[in-house]
Ligand binder design. Structure first.
Ligand code: ADP
Ligand code: ASP
Ligand code: MG
Length: 407
């Protein structure tokens, strides 16, 4: 007998009928002889609705209250599923983050799980129960409710799988696996049978919503096998696992886009030591993640410094940066929140040259201007105007022939 963690996303629990579908799938797993721990998201659209309410209540809602509010969507789905499982004749118990406990740090809106106490779950599993856990939430040292960042239920599931030493973590969603690009953007996207933790991590960080980046970090660290599958079919799905020799053949295995980007340019920054620290320290202190950073070569000891942040942080970031810019004597700050980041990812890039050149040529041919570039060992990202997102994804997918199965 094994232990399986199954996570169902928002579209999979969007209404009572779909929650019943989840109940039947969970029961099937239980009947096959495995213990089952289920992690649920809120109903599709519910977290957005709650965020909207918070923003109507206050322009800058108190983070503690905000997290306590936006975590409530999951309380609805886990209790409904547990009720249904009981109605269908199974012992079931729902748990919120603080009832288990899922301990996190104190970073509201983007908390990180630091420890999970598995005692209650293990006790209930021994009694034959199906465990249903609210995703996306935890509790800090002072018992404040925290949330893990949008899409964070994936992370709850993988963290639970790691803590319980589960045999597998299955992520059920509205697509039947990880594709070469978002199948909802390009119909030539191809489903991958497997993908390495490293490639999946880069894809997730580059904006592929299908898995929350932190969930892949944890899966890699604790070597949790993760299957991404559809909750609406019995198709095989994609296994996220350790890299093997076959995978290295793919120079580029995926194209991703991230519309959640805003570009901030500080113009005419005096080029002297300590300037970057003065600009970026306040952002770090406010937990604002900076993604790409470019500093131009200086002319007459003046330089432009451009970087990107998440769109939801741009208001706060621009206030902090304007303050710093005044302090250091920069000319002004320019904000552009109509940009997107397009990335190509592949472990095979390490040993192939010319990949970047091909990406730039492909975008140039379509008249798409590249505003920023960044590279890592297995990823190249370009910031372009947001209106070119779909076009850029499609032409890059074609240029690297991702619709074709290689080897
Ligand atoms: P859930 O609510 O189940 O967590 P998400 O919306 O968070 O689902 O993630 C699934 C979505 O991820 C898909 O509907 C798809 O549009 C998107 N997606 C983006 N990139 C990819 C990719 N490379 N492969 C599969 N899906 C992707
Ligand atoms: N309900 C949360 C969100 O919409 C968490 C999740 O779905 O993973 O972000
Ligand atoms: Mg998700």
């Amino acid at each position: 007998m094994g232990l399986v963690v199954q996570k169902y996303g928002g579209t999979s629990v969007a209404d009572l009928e779909r929650i019943e579908n989840v109940a039947r799938r969970v029961i099937k797993e239980k009947e096959s002889g495995n213990d089952v721990v289920v992690v649920l998201s809120a109903m599709a659209g519910e977290t957005d609705r709650l965020i909207n309410l918070a923003q109507q209540a206050a322009a800058d809602p108190d983070p503690r209250e905000y997290d306590a509010l936006i975590s409530t969507g999951e309380q609805v789905t886990v209790t409904l599923l547990a009720m249904m499982l009981k109605r269908l004749g199974y012992r079931a118990r729902s748990f919120l983050g603080h009832q288990i406990k899922i301990n996190t740090d104190r970073a509201f809106k983007k908390a990180r799980i630091v420890k999970i106490d598995t005692r209650k779950i293990r006790e209930e599993l021994k009694k034959g129960a199906i465990i249903v856990v609210a995703g996306f939430q935890g509790v800090d040292e002072e018992n404040n409710i925290t949330t893990l960042g949008r899409g964070g239920s994936d992370t709850s599931a993988v963290a639970l799988a790691a803590a319980l030493k589960a045999d597998v973590c299955e992520i059920y969603t509205d697509v039947d696996g990880v594709y070469t690009t978002d199948p909802n953007i390009y119909d030539k996207a191809r489903r991958l049978d497997k993908i390495s933790y490293d490639e999946m991590l880069e894809m997730a960080r580059a904006g592929a919503k299908v898995l929350h980046p932190r969930s892949v970090e944890l899966a890699k660290k604790f070597e949790v096998p993760v299957y991404v599958k559809s909750s609406f079919s019995d198709a095989n799905g994609t296994l996220v696992t350790k890299e093997d020799k076959d995978m290295e053949k793919e120079v580029v295995s995926g194209v991703t886009y991230d519309r959640d980007q805003a570009k901030i340019t500080v113009v005419n920054v005096p080029d002297r030591p300590g300037i970057a620290a003065r600009l970026f320290t306040p952002l770090a202190e406010h937990n604002i993640m900076v993604d790409m950073i470019i500093q131009n070569a200086s002319v007459d000891s003046l330089t432009d410094l451009t970087f990107t942040v998440s769109r939801k942080d741009v208001k706060q970031a621009s206030i902090l940066v304007q303050d710093a810019a005044k302090d250091i004597g920069a000319a002004n700050v320019v904000i552009d929140d109509s940009v997107a980041k397009i990335s190509i990812i592949g472990v095979g890039m390490v040993s192939h040259s010319g990949v970047a050149a091909k990406m730039f040529t492909t975008l140039a041919k379509e008249g798409i201007n590249i505003e920023m570039i960044s590279t890592s060992e297995i990823k190249i990202s370009c910031v372009v105007k947001a209106k070119y997102t779909e076009l850029a994804v499609m032409v890059l997918h074609d240029a690297f022939e991702l619709e074709k199965q290689k080897s």
